[in-house]
Design a binder for this molecule. Structure first.
Ligand SMILES: Nc1ncnc2c1ncn2[C@@H]1O[C@H](COP(=O)(O)OP(=O)(O)OP(=O)(O)O)[C@@H](O)[C@H]1O
Ligand SMILES: Nc1ncnc2c1ncn2[C@@H]1O[C@H](COP(=O)(O)OP(=O)(O)OP(=O)(O)O)[C@@H](O)[C@H]1O
Ligand SMILES: [Mg+2]
Ligand SMILES: [Mg+2]
Lengths: 256, 256
């Protein structure tokens, strides 16, 4: 039974890509066949894994719009169970083109159904908006993991995110559930961070991951080498935290 | 002669809103009549100024779609020359609705032309995407100020942003120019930040603001009190840096 997890939050710069890439790496290292889908036209997840999106022949755009079977790329140079469905430049135009189509919100779900090989986990990195690409991720997913930066402006938009999830759950995807809220870029020295984390735990009891991801320069350096944190610096706080988060993810998915 | 400046970068969380709000406050305190346009459906700029977008009768959505005259709100409780054209919840739907319209990329330019009072500076806070709302900001603006976080992933998307600006300049707005690139969330203790800043200066000679905005918790606390940094903590590094940046902005705009 494939567990499909959307990593989404319309607030920008809260650690969606960092979480998608490193969580996928941890799940792969634990022996789970894991596919990372880069649904952001910025293609940060693809480049953070050392993949050059410009050298593609078939891309996610083709899978969404032309009903082609998605082409996945193994990343066994870094992680043997890790695969990537990379983004492409033309993905930015996909939102405009999908609008007038029948089934515009189910294009990704249908594309993933055409995959020719099985996966234990599929993680979808979403762009920072509530447009058609993110809606496609929420319709295709069983779970949504919401990275939340421990800052005031990031907290503000959370209720809008949750409302969107509830609407999708009612209308298009009754299985969709919040897997959890993950505190990211956490700086335990500031009062603001503590206050925000308290607020999150109060507003979403039992839904906040017990391990926050602390701010650490190693996590922001790794993408410039095209490496996951497990290959760039396996003993860093970021590597350990994402491994603990992976355990929590597995626990929630398998319990359900 | 009104100077209209779009604050844009499709990369999320790089300090667009923080720059738009605090730069507008600095320009207002220097005696310039300044309008801040919140073009992001997240309405972070509106809430950072203590404005509740839910209590609106007429919003930016009406100005964009129904050709109504935009309603601006004075913020003289904090700054006597500062005005806000707030965002609204329905702005998220505006992108979908504008798509099929004649002049879909000039809706904001036309709306600003219907303002019933003069401004010296108009600053436009854009959402983290290259969709129709950001394109409207670039078509309406004379200048674009690009906040760039001194991080690898933020550097990645810069060429796409610059290509979009060049395309708009060729096709719809021959006056559009890059006012400058502003290094934000700068942490001078890390090598990565220095390398990125060097890289920016090399790639965009004469276009990088001489004052980077360093990471400072006071800047991220101010929005939770609905205050600009000048009112929250006028002696903080953030307040001084944004005042220096305002001087550079005035110098570039008046020289042209
Ligand atoms: N725990 C962390 N410690 C230090 N830096 C981090 C951490 N998590 C993310 N970053 C850095 O912060 C920036 C924002 O993170 P990231 O790009 O993953 O966020 P995002 O939500 O995917 O952004 P976008 O909204 O643009 O898609 C990146 O430069 C990233 O390298
Ligand atoms: N110089 C700074 N020092 C500390 N915190 C900052 C600084 N600049 C911005 N921040 C904080 O970083 C976060 C991201 O900034 P901001 O929301 O302004 O970015 P943005 O580009 O507008 O994001 P989005 O892409 O979601 O619109 C916010 O929580 C903000 O308070
Ligand atoms: Mg991302
Ligand atoms: Mg913003």
């Amino acid at each position: 039974m494939t567990q499909t997890i959307a990593i989404s939050n319309q607030k920008g710069g809260v650690g969606k890509t960092t979480t998608a890439v490193n969580l996928a790496a941890c799940l792969a290292d634990l022996g789970h066949r894991t596919l990372l889908v880069d649904l952001d036209p910025q293609s940060n997840a693809s480049s953070a894994l050392g993949f050059d999106s410009n050298r593609l022949d078939a891309s996610i755009y083709d899978a969404l719009l032309d009903h082609a079977a998605p082409t996945v790329h193994p990343l066994d140079a870094q992680h043997s169970n890790l695969f990537l469905l990379p983004s492409s430049m033309d993905l930015a135009g996909a939102e405009f083109e999908l609008i007038d189509r029948e089934g515009r919100e189910t294009a990704l779900r249908d594309a993933l159904a055409r995959l020719d090989q099985p996966f234990d986990y599929i993680l979808i990195d979403s762009p920072p908006s509530l447009g058609l690409l993110t809606l496609n991720a929420l319709v295709a997913a069983r779970w949504v993991l919401i990275p939340v930066q421990a800052e005031y402006l990031a907290l503000e938009g959370l209720s809008r995110m949750v409302q969107t999830i509830q609407r999708i759950n009612r209308k298009q995807n009754p299985e969709l559930e919040i897997l959890g809220l993950l505190a990211t870029l956490y700086d335990s020295r500031t009062n603001l961070a503590h206050q925000v984390l308290e607020e999150l735990r109060r507003a979403f009891p039992d839904k906040v991951f017990s391990t926050p991801v602390t701010r650490s320069v190693r996590l922001s350096e790794a993408p410039s080498y095209g490496q996951t944190i497990l290959r760039y610096d396996a003993r860093s706080s970021g590597a350990l935290q994402y491994q603990q988060i992976a355990q929590e993810v597995i626990h929630v998915c398998e319990k359900a």
